[in-house]
Design a binder for this molecule. Structure first.
Ligand code: AMP
Length: 197
């Protein structure tokens, strides 16, 4: 049963409308399935659209925002819950905690950093749940190519390619979560490619 997911996405208001619409639609879809969304708590860009989509369908949305962003009035005031934390590290840890999956929509360095930390923690067997990339307008293609190149160049094990799933539309996110292979702490045994000594 999927109860709670965290979503990483852009804070930009200026991206193509197709990205903003996808964020709103993902919010609606998750709310329709009574899945709680945990996200960065912002009101701008894809973040705000995600939250508003979910809230429009009566969904639960938990925002986790650092104090300095809250003071800059970047927080969304209409959420089910807005948790104010000390810093970005605390926020990232709390966002991921107790979630059944992590979902990344397109975004800038903030989104990419959150996505890559989650992938790294999964590789190390610390985060074990599905990671879904919503590849709107093929935004993530270069990112996926880079990850695959890291495997080709033997910086990562071939099995690490099972850590993430890519979908091209928010409507495919839930089935991708369900179809994600089970991942266990055993994965840390192939987290580094070491020569036998
Ligand atoms: P970016 O993709 O670079 O826009 O960064 C988005 C991510 O960084 C979000 O998931 C947030 O955790 C954080 N973030 C960056 N800018 C903001 C903002 N204006 N309000 C709230 N969170 C933000």
């Amino acid at each position: 049963m999927i109860k709670r997911v965290c979503v990483y996405c852009a804070s930009s208001d200026y991206s193509d409308q197709v990205y903003l619409n996808a964020a709103y639609r993902l919010g609606e879809i998750l709310a329709e399935k009574s899945i709680t969304i945990v996200y960065g708590g912002g009101s701008a860009g894809l973040m705000g659209m995600l939250a508003n989509g979910a809230l429009s369908k009566g969904g639960k949305v938990v925002g986790i925002i650092p104090q300095f962003m809250y003071e800059l009035e970047w927080g969304h005031e209409g959420l089910t819950e807005l948790q104010i934390v000390n810093n970005m590290h605390e926020r990232k840890e709390l966002m991921m905690m107790n979630t059944d999956a992590a979902i990344a929509l397109p975004g800038g360095s903030g989104t990419l950093e959150e996505l890559f930390e989650t992938i790294t923690l999964k590789r190390l067997g610390v985060y074990l749940n599905p990671i879904i990339l919503v590849n709107i307008k093929n935004f993530f293609d270069p990112c996926i190519q880079l990850l695959e190149n890291a495997v080709i160049e033997k910086f990562m094990d071939e099995r690490n390619k099972l850590m993430w799933k890519v979908v091209d539309d928010p409507s495919n996110v839930l089935e991708a979560i369900i179809a994600s292979p089970v991942w266990t702490e055993e994965s840390r045994h192939f987290a580094t490619l070491k020569k036998d000594k």
